[in-house]
Ligand binder design. Structure first.
Ligand code: NAG
Ligand code: CA
Length: 223
């Protein structure tokens, strides 16, 4: 009997470890400001990254700065971080270094954001609603370490924790995809239109996630 219970618990934990949900046309709602509420992602990523593309949509009425995507590794909290400073201003951190980009953006509107980075050149690109902003560069020659702890809704100051209310995300978050290479302009536009091609690290349509605190899944009623 004990053995049966043991196997059942092994089986259920395996199931939850590999449970994948199709969130197409859904959002995560982060309905309040807190230092608790967040979603943890566990992608199958063991290899360090030389290149990546990250895309997602947000809809928020926050005016203060806030975290959008927090990827930490043991010993380095800002290994890959996308942080919104204000309307028309975003920062990308790679291995604790930071670059800030500026561009035209409408306040209080849904945003589709893609960020790419390539180690060999260090070039970072931000694409906002399918439009490229001025390129910048950082951490040329670096590799982004793995395996990560990825958190939505909060900004990590330690591996998987040390959140601050003043950096939390409040609003709706959707369509998160990640690739281990730099997408072409054409593929960025496809992601913007809602047809991402072969996302091989994170796939919103087969997402492995864990909700912590007050986060709710709802249909996406905006685009
Ligand atoms: C990263 O991109 C560069 C050129 O853009 C390429 O030469 C390199 O092989 C890529 N690295 C990996 C691991 O795919
Ligand atoms: Ca941090």
């Amino acid at each position: 009997m004990d053995k049966l219970l043991l196997w059942m618990s092994v089986f259920t934990s395996l199931l939850s470890a590999f449970a994948q949900t199709d969130l197409k046309q859904k959002v995560f709602v982060f309905p309040r400001e807190s230092e608790i509420d967040h979603v943890k992602l566990t992608p199958h990523l063991e290899k360090p990254l030389q290149n990546f593309t990250l895309c997602f949509r947000t809809y928020s009425d926050l005016s203060r700065s806030h975290s959008l995507f927090s990827y930490s590794v043991k010993g380095r909290d800002n290994e890959l971080l996308i942080y919104k400073e204000r309307v028309g201003e975003y920062s990308l951190y790679i291995g604790q270094s930071k670059v800030t980009v500026h561009g035209k953006e409408e306040p209080l509107s849904p945003v589709h954001l893609c960020t790419t980075w390539e180690s060999s050149s260090g070039i970072a690109e931000f694409w906002v609603n399918g439009r490229p902003w001025v390129k910048k560069g950082l951490q040329r020659g670096y590799t982004v370490k793995a395996p990560p702890c990825i958190v939505l809704g909060q900004e990590q100051d330690s591996y998987g924790g040390s959140f601050q209310k003043t950096q939390s995300f409040v609003g709706e978050f959707a369509d998160l995809y990640m690739w281990d290479y730099v997408l072409t302009q054409q593929d960025i536009l496809l992601a913007y239109m809602g047809s991402p091609v072969n996302p091989n690290i994170i796939d919103w349509q087969a997402l492995n996630y864990q909700i912590n605190g007050y986060v709710v899944v709802r249909p996406r009623v905006w685009d």
